[in-house]
Ligand binder design. Structure first.
Ligand SMILES: [Zn+2]
Length: 63
């Protein structure tokens, strides 16, 4: 089974756990469904803290 490592939680998951996104090299987003669900529930500020991103880093899930 093809797997992919989530950019946010760092867990290796099956490709099917990643939403499709055509412009990316492998046609999948780099965040797993769980992380994206969490992001939608908790909001951008929470995810910025979760990823420990500097506030000027922008929104990593966009694009
Ligand atoms: Zn994840």
């Amino acid at each position: 089974m093809k797997t992919k490592i989530c950019d946010w939680c760092g867990q290796e998951k099956p490709r099917s756990e990643f939403a499709k996104m055509h412009p990316s090299p492998d046609g999948r987003r780099s965040q797993c469904r769980d992380c994206r669900k969490l992001m939608r529930r908790q909001g951008a500020e929470f995810m910025r803290e979760y990823k420990k991103l500097p506030s000027d880093e922008g929104e990593p899930w966009q694009g």
